[in-house]
Design a protein around this ligand. Sequence first.
Ligand SMILES: [Zn+2]
Ligand SMILES: [Zn+2]
Ligand SMILES: [Zn+2]
Length: 325
Amino acid sequence: MVSPGELRLVETLIEKETFEPEIAENGSVSYSEAAQLLDDADGAPAAVLERFAARGVLASEFVAKVYVCPECTAEGLQYTTVCPACESAHALETLFLEHVCGYAGPETEFEAENGYRCPDCEMDLESVDIEKQEHYVCNDCSETFDIPDERLWCRECLSTFPPLDAIEHVLYQYSLTPDGKRWLDRQKDARRTAAETLQERRFETEIDATVSDDAASRSVHVLAEDDLMGERRVVSIHETPDTESVDAFCAFATSVGAHPVVITTSGAVSKDVAARSEDADLTLLAFEDGTLEPEYEIVESVEAAQQGLFQRLTAALEVPGRKGQ
Ligand SMILES: [Zn+2]
Ligand SMILES: [Zn+2]
Ligand SMILES: [Zn+2]
């Protein structure tokens, strides 16, 4: 189903180019603007955006990867090299000299009053007799090595760990696709048509209304009220209604004393939902060619119907001689 919050979210992308990712204080990826548009029941904004991207309604574009501490999830990790023997970061690049006699050691060992002297054979050295090389020397365990180990350390909790242990977050930004625009228009047309149809029957209607029962507030696509007759209806727009969300919607409608109206914008419903509408507690309508009809196609599974819908949308968008997106 598409929730009122999700429709608000996708609709915002007509004016606004993209939803940009941010790194929250706890290190997780957040989309604060998207979060403000969604209702609590919609769940995490990142998951909602990703779901619409998977369906082709939104396009996701890679922005960057960020890494957070595996211990405390803080951002802003620092790079350091460490001693491979004792993991101390106090391992420093040091200039080594090697004498022709075979002795090698840090430059400081060779320093004498007038130039260099080999600490082993005690010869004064000519520059031709020595070779210079850089090595790492650990100041904690005195290990000498050429290639240090690499670590990241966390400025918050000071833990040190191999770079691959850092938790990777991939940041995407999301924008509306041409397919998504068509999808959005269809959901909005269905919603508007439902409101207009109810207005013709003397209901006062409100689009994207908040309705509360004893337990919670919930957004509905259309709320219709006829105070004179004491009648109330709530409308839910679905691409292809599934049993679980229809049952939840019907239960909510009952709790607020309203009759539930479910609209399928794909023209299809699952077998279970069709069976449910046989009793009078649910009105099930299909949105086709700008009007609401009581006839709908019955499909085995919602997944199959959604794939079918999407193939139709994609096929309709393909222009000969140009590759489809
Ligand atoms: Zn940390
Ligand atoms: Zn020597
Ligand atoms: Zn060491």
